[in-house]
Design a protein around this ligand. Structure first.
Ligand SMILES: [Fe+2]
Length: 405
């Protein structure tokens, strides 16, 4: 069995989960934080949640915390923790869990701490090639904790970044690794669930940022965005090196929602169409008016060739990635199994009833995230962490038919 080290980075944990190597997680955050989000991998991970304060019973101020943890584990957890596989201790920022891991090691367990805790887990990214040919390369960048997906198109040493998250160094590192210069940054829409890296790349690096003008108005208060952007329009085409990109307008999730069709075969579907579900049309506060738009957009999208490769901007369930952790599917396959697309066949009225009956909770932070992405509010690192806590909820919710949320 592979020993975990005393500290594991999110990258090491992710690789371990991807290889399906055994791992047991002891999460010592409060129950409500644990319920909100936790470490997830391509397969389910055995996990136990016991808040640190329940585990710890200091005998006096002088007592070594690790010894107190050791005593707490001996009193409460010996039966529940595995002796034969590594244990990863997890907390919010990786400090208290460090004592837990040390206490476990003193009891003979093979235990490591998740360095940086859930905060670091939430800010971890990996990237994988979708296609690498002479003519162009396309990469998918995944932020597993939040279910956010970006894409980078590279050709002739030029790169375009689609739907970047706020940690823009990720894209600079990718571009440097493949010997390319980022020349454009584009958002499929004004995101509500995460802070876009687009305006930051525009401001800091003077890379032109592109957005549909309908999404440059905040849908709640109708205030125009205060960011520098270049308007995208339906049918517009552009090149990145030798690779051609077409802009397709698919309103519904937002009014300015677009998809990018790369070389006629890769569809960056943004938040219109996901692998297991479809977009929620209520984040602008106009669900009844926007749901028929979503219907019309998905009907048009479904007319694209079945072999079109759909690359969404989010996933709801990390287990829907392939063996490399890539999120993609042929449109033809989605037409056969995606509950939202299957619902189109029942007509507009039935589709709208289905959507409006399956809207998940409306996260309050989403209004403020949109404001921040539009340049109407600002967020320092602390506020950004708070706004982005937990997983995205951009898809229509669970349904009796089994669509994922
Ligand atoms: Fe979205």
């Amino acid at each position: 069995m592979n020993q975990v080290t005393t500290g594991s980075t999110p990258q090491q944990v992710w690789e371990r989960l991807l290889r399906n190597e055994p791992l047991f997680i002891l999460d010592v955050r409060n129950h409500d934080e644990f319920e909100r989000w936790r470490v997830e991998g391509p397969r389910s991970v055995p996990m136990l949640n016991i808040p640190y304060f329940e585990l710890l019973d200091l005998e006096g101020e002088e007592e070594d915390v690790t010894e107190a943890v050791k005593r707490g584990v001996q009193a409460q957890l010996m039966e529940q923790l595995p002796q034969d596989q590594p244990i990863l201790a997890v907390c919010a920022e990786g400090n208290t869990s460090n004592y837990v891991a040390e206490g476990l090691r003193r009891l003979g367990f093979d235990a490591a701490n998740l360095d940086g805790g859930m905060e670091a887990w939430g800010n971890f990214y990996y990237w994988r090639p979708i296609e690498e040919t002479e003519r162009f390369s396309l990469y998918q960048v995944v932020r597993p904790a939040r279910g956010c997906v970006s894409h980078v198109l590279v050709s002739e040493h030029r790169a375009a970044v689609f739907d970047p998250a706020r940690h823009i160094e990720t894209y600079h590192e990718l571009a440097a690794a493949v010997g390319a210069q980022i020349e454009r940054v584009l958002d499929t829409h004004l995101h509500a669930d995460h802070l876009s890296g687009g305006p930051a790349l525009e401001q800091g690096d003077h890379i032109p940022y592109h957005l549909h003008p309908y999404d440059a108005i905040h849908p709640m208060d109708m205030l125009p965005a205060r960011i520098a952007y270049r308007p995208l329009e339906a049918g517009q085409t552009f090149r990145v090196g030798a690779a051609g990109v077409e802009v397709l307008h698919f309103p519904g999730h937002t009014l300015g929602m677009v998809a990018f069709l790369i070389e006629g075969r890769y569809l960056l579907s943004g938040d219109s169409l996901f692998l297991e579900s479809i977009a929620r049309p209520d984040l602008g506060g106009n669900a009844e008016a926007w749901t028929p738009l979503l219907y019309e957009s998905l009907m048009r999208m479904a007319e694209l060739p079945d072999e079109t490769q759909v690359l969404p901007a989010h996933f709801s369930d990390i287990r829907t990635g392939d063996e490399n952790g890539v999120f993609r599917a042929a449109l033809g396959e989605l037409k056969r199994r995606n509950p939202g697309l299957l619902k189109l066949a029942e007509g507009e009225a039935a589709f709208c009833d289905y959507i409006l009956a399956n809207l998940p909770e409306f996260p309050e932070a989403y209004v403020e995230i949109k404001r921040t992405n539009a340049g109407l509010a600002s967020a320092d690192e602390r506020k950004a962490q708070e706004l982005e806590m937990g997983k995205n909820i951009c898809a229509v919710g669970k349904t009796p038919e089994g669509a994922s949320g």
